[in-house]
Design a protein around this ligand. Structure first.
Ligand code: NAD
Length: 505
């Protein structure tokens, strides 16, 4: 998108007559309460859009529309081939609009263009993958005694409320919508109020593709006004949530009324374990990538770096050198390697953790400050920060900071590494760097995490399950696992001999 086109797009969104940005029942409509919310560019602090903000009445309308669309069968009885075709159309539209979507993501979230483009490509791949699964039969025939046959079928759950965070806005929307629609569900998506712009653009594309009214709905607003009414509704059959663990716990409480299905993708404090026998350059490279990619705003970030004593001093020194070279700046500058944090509020939260680290006596290896330099006065930039020799029981080693802040902790034995790695309420991901495959195998078996990377980090495969142990979540996204989370299982037992049971005669 040229900068002229971009300017005109943002102008459109700043114009009060264009605030009608809830997509319900196949139409763009005004929020009933006429409330709006402001959207900012975190690289400059500048307001870039003013958009409709949903309240309870709007959410209830979205639920009624989705309920009607599910109950009248308009989507679940559409042939699997047709559902698949529409999902492929969505993938194509995303690919055709990749540049615009990436630019929008970059401007709203702050990530670099390279990061944003990767996300948008992955979003398109997600729709393609689930277009394939939509037509793959999951029917199962069981071996049972005569005169019965038993068939197990998977059916859509119904109305799905999907609540997502701000760190991968379009990708998270795709992880939610694609499997749910492939399985025949109807959806109400609630993006983060901080980063709704690519979701709005995605729904314009969904509208072009032509889903039946009520099948895909978009509500924008904050957690209390737009999210909670979804979780509380008895007409919503499932809540799929990605976000913080504290919010996840609240959602479990507010969803309990009708015992709806709940899947949760929550936070983490993932260990990245470097053994002395690793491929040194590879481990060093991934140690920085694991924490500073997306400015550390990654649920699976390798935020606790455990390094074996034998190489500890050298590794830490090289890590600090490498980190000091990371170029922080506005994501639109192709030379920027790390962008700002998503908002002023989030930046202050991260800076507060850095202060706590200092107060608790941790040693700063590098960084530790907000970046206020020419051109970045209003942006929310924080230096890539490393705390060394961190006490594993300190606040910064235990709580999710969700920013570019790494805690480095030394260990002496494999056993100690495993104990430290698992010593957290979270269990989302873990990394191991070693050239000893038996050691890697032992560690993999002992680690309590949903994803374990060996000699790599943050490789995310659509084909495989994604989710956490312990307080990192319930259920799995992606792959067939993610598809199955959007299905109910029905067993059909059929008698081939039609005769009375004779039980009471
Ligand atoms: P958050 O929990 O503050 O908000 C997430 C979403 O929940 C937002 O849309 C918000 O409006 C909504 N929400 C807030 N309160 C709500 C309520 N009471 N009822 C219903 N909805 C409510 O999280 P965030 O700050 O946007 O995102 C960061 C968090 O997300 C981090 O903890 C990160 O680890 C986690 N995350 C996890 C994964 C994963 O796959 N496990 C992926 C990305 C992010």
């Amino acid at each position: 998108m040229s900068s002229k086109e971009q300017t005109s797009m943002f102008k459109k969104w700043k114009d009060p007559s264009n605030r009608s940005k809830l997509y319900i029942n196949g139409e763009w409509i005004e929020a009933k309460g006429k409330n709006t919310l402001s959207v900012h560019n975190p690289a400059t602090g500048e307001k870039i859009a003013e958009i409709a903000s949903a309240g309870k009445e709007d959410v209830e309308y979205a639920i009624r529309s989705a309920r009607e669309a599910f109950d009248n069968g308009v989507w679940r009885t559409t042939s699997a081939h047709e559902r698949s075709r529409l999902l492929i159309e969505v993938a194509k539209k995303i690919e055709q609009n990749l540049e615009e979507l990436a630019e929008l993501e970059m401007i709203n979230n702050g990530k670099t263009v390279r990061e944003a483009q990767g996300d948008i490509e992955d979003a398109a791949k997600t729709f393609r993958f689930y277009a394939g699964l939509a037509i793959k039969s999951s029917e199962e025939i069981l071996e049972v005694d005569n005169p019965f046959t038993s068939k197990v079928v998977r059916e859509p759950i119904g109305v799905c409320g999907q609540i997502i965070p701000w760190n991968y806005p379009l990708l998270m929307a795709s992880w939610k919508l694609a499997p749910a629609l492939a399985a025949g569900n109807v959806c109400i998506l609630k993006p983060s109020e901080v980063t709704p712009l690519t979701a709005i653009r995605l729904f314009e594309l969904l509208d072009d593709v032509g889903f039946p009214p009520g099948v895909v709905n978009l509500i924008i607003g904050n957690g209390v006004n737009a999210g909670q009414p979804l979780t509380e509704s008895y007409d919503v059959d499932k809540i799929a949530f990605t976000g913080g663990t504290a919010t996840g716990k609240k959602i479990v409480e507010t969803s309990v009324g009708n015992l709806k299905k709940v899947s949760l993708e929550l936070g983490g404090k993932s260990p990245n374990i470097i053994f002395a026998d690793c491929d040194y350059e590879t481990a060093l490279d991934y140690a920085t990538f694991a924490i500073f990619n997306n400015a550390g705003q990654v649920c699976s970030a390798g935020s606790r770096l455990l390094v074996e004593k034998d190489i500890y001093d050298q590794f830490v020194q090289d890590l600090i050198e490498a980190t000091k070279k990371i170029k922080v700046g506005n994501g639109k500058d192709p030379s920027s390697q790390m962008g700002p944090l998503v908002s002023e509020q989030h930046m202050n939260k991260v800076l507060n953790y850095i202060s706590i680290g200092k107060e608790e006596g941790a040693t700063i290896g590098c960084g530790g400050n907000r970046i206020l330099k020419d051109g970045n006065h209003n942006g929310y930039f924080v230096e890539p920060t490393i705390f060394v020799d961190v006490d594993p029981n300190s606040t910064i080693a235990r709580e999710e900071i969700f920013g570019p802040v790494l805690c480095v902790i030394p260990f002496e034995t494999e056993r100690e590494a495993l104990r430290l790695a698992n010593d957290t309420p979270y269990g989302l991901a873990a990394g191991i760097f070693t050239s000893n495959s038996e050691k890697a195998d032992r560690m993999v078996k002992g680690l309590r995490a949903g994803v374990v990377w060996v000699n790599t980090y943050e490789q995310n495969l659509i084909e495989g399950p994604w989710g956490g142990y312990k307080e990192s979540g319930i259920g799995r996204e992606l792959g067939t696992y993610g598809f199955n989370e959007y299905t109910e299982v029905k067993q059909v037992i059929h008698s081939l001999h039609v005769e009375p049971s004779g039980w009471f005669s």
